[in-house]
Design a protein around this ligand. Sequence first.
Ligand code: ADP
Ligand code: MG
Length: 259
Amino acid sequence: MSAGTVTTPMVEIKSVTKSFGPVEVLRGIDLTVRTGEVTVVLGPSGSGKSTLLRTINHLEKVDGGQVSVDGSLVGYRRSGDKLYELREREILKQRTGIGFVFQNFHLFPHLTVLENITEAPVSALKRSKAEAAETARRLLTRVGLAEKAGAYPRQLSGGQQQRVAIARALALEPKLLLFDEPTSALDPELVGEVLDVIKDLAHQGTTMIVVTHEIGFAREVADTVVFMDEGRIVEQGPPSQVLDAPRHERTKSFLSKVI
Ligand code: ADP
Ligand code: MG
């Protein structure tokens, strides 16, 4: 991008706070994700990584601060805000523009691979079945599973199921993809095939936020690495800084355990 070009960030998070009962899970998060960039979020269990992703996708309402995606505000100051209630329909629309890939795949067990991918485009985007199936087959080829269109999830390995989940997310043509520990539930020998698909997307300029403990992956594809602890971003920057020359003790100690 040339110097001086002004573009709206894909995600802009300002002073976001979120509590569950007495527990403050996000304690003032500021984060900007530019279009075409990959942000990798690291941090110990319970540090608030999933909650942060969920606020971006409207799965959690924030208590304070703001979240905007592609210039549209998605988080409001109060969870009971009238404005929020009035905009539920818009929220649903926005959510279809954000793909979410979960740790445990979340495929529909009673639908074939092809049906898993065509379901949302047909119901949410009103695509014809034929058009959705054509797109699904193209996406299955892209994730290396063209021959599995008629299989059921239980007939696939975890790595294959996760690649179907990625194809399903892509079928909605999202402008933003969120991954919450996409390889944590996989046997070690299946991790690489899923990371390869995500790397491929990164190289094609897909904007994404990936929560993962895969440091090699972060080093290779992240534009920005964010380290979270206890509901705060402790440090963020390019991989060469956060991974190779961390400034904070907590980052150093975390990295020494996961590498
Ligand atoms: P991470 O993904 O980094 O492991 P989470 O965002 O899942 O962290 O959780 C952060 C904290 O919030 C944890 O202490 C967790 O128990 C708590 N938490 C998450 N979701 C809920 C919920 N729906 N209700 C109550 N507590 C929650
Ligand atoms: Mg989590």
